[in-house]
Design a protein around this ligand. Structure first.
Ligand code: F6P
Length: 335
């Protein structure tokens, strides 16, 4: 068989472990298999840019952050039908039996569109997808994305560093976290580090209450702001500073952005293991000539049913942007 492996969307730690496992499992199970890496994500499929991968090409990369194949965003892929047709025809003409994808929200939607076109036109390639994103906004009601726990580890470390300087100066820190529209990364990081407050996208924030909390603590206060929240760190700072003046309170505020740092660095062991497991399951199923589908990244060794791509691509059915009520309760219980 002939396989292609692609990493799409924002990079995350764990993608390299996925690539390595696709290559190694394929060649070790059936040595005659050829595996090609798609260079620069979806863009590589538009321009037929591939690199043949053997076992040596993926040696020593499992814990490495980023993706050795690269990932370039193609903004209009989900809407541009001529790009989609080009990709489908290229996959077919290159005789790829399966395309293995590790990517976020956009990649799941693109995979679904491409698979629909392929099936309708009777083309060759089947598409197997796994969630890879720090945002954890892909089918997160059944497991979590590869890369999410790695980004949490980095966030936790940064938040602990900020605590050191914040407590030395008794300051308030506004700390921006990535996550697109999803509250997961910011909120889970907040729980893990014991941040005083996490502002979630769409939240009606009671700034008076936050000002009171800051004053009552009268020491370090870390407020994490999720990327999807409507106000910038500067705007939040201005609101709080005005409240301090109005109430004759004296607190210093600083701001810091963790964003791109959260994406880099070595992968968490849980992400390496889950990425390897998911890739292994995909490859075994491909050798059984399975249909296209979405593989959740649950526990290593756990066989979660494969989800049809059209369901995985429907956020309404499979993903929460806000966190579930019982996790909110956990955060309150820990305060
Ligand atoms: O989807 C992953 C992510 O890191 C989001 O959290 C963020 O909104 C986005 O990518 C940033 O993308 P870019 O690297 O294109 O700026």
């Amino acid at each position: 068989m002939k396989f292609a492996v692609l990493t799409g969307g924002g990079d995350c730690s764990g993608m390299n472990a996925f690539i390595r496992a696709i290559v190694r499992c394929s060649i070790n199970i059936h040595p005659e298999t050829s595996v090609y890496g798609v260079i620069d994500g979806w863009k590589g499929l538009i321009y037929n840019n591939y690199r043949k991968l053997d076992k040596l090409a993926v040696a020593g990369i499992a814990s490495q952050g980023g993706t050795i194949l690269g990932t370039v965003r193609v903004q209009d892929l989900v809407t541009n039908t001529s790009l989609q047709e080009t990709i489908c025809q290229n996959l077919h003409d290159n005789h790829f039996d399966y395309l293995f994808v590790c990517g976020g929200n956009g990649s799941v939607k693109a995979s679904n569109t491409i698979n629909t076109y392929m099936r309708r036109e009777g083309l060759r390639t089947r598409v197997l997808v796994s969630p890879g994103s720090i945002d954890n906004d892909v089918v997160n009601n059944a497991g979590s994305s590869i890369g999410f726990y790695s980004a949490l580890d980095k966030s936790l470390e940064m938040l602990e560093w900020i605590r050191d300087t914040a407590s030395a100066h008794r300051r308030v820190y506004l700390i921006k976290s990535m996550g697109r529209n999803s509250a997961y990364l910011a909120f889970y990081a907040g729980i893990a580090t014991g941040a005083e407050y996490v502002i979630r996208p769409g939240e009606e924030v009671d700034f008076e209450k936050i000002a009171t909390m800051i004053d009552e603590r009268d020491r370090d206060t870390r407020i994490i702001v999720a990327e999807g929240y409507e106000k910038s760190l500067g705007e939040i700072r201005e609101i709080l500073e005005k409240l301090f003046v109005k109430r004759d309170l004296h607190h210093e505020i600083r701001s810091v952005d963790m964003s791109y740092f959260q994406r880099g660095g070595s992968a968490a062991v849980t992400d390496i293991l889950r990425a390897s497991w998911v890739a292994f399951c995909m490859v075994k199923d491909a050798f059984k000539k399975c249909g296209s589908g979405f593989y959740t990244a649950f526990y290593t060794g756990h066989h979660f049913p494969v989800i049809p791509l059209e369901i995985a691509a429907d956020d309404e059915l499979t993903s929460h942007e806000d966190i579930p009520a019982d996790i909110l309760e956990l955060a309150l219980a820990l305060q």
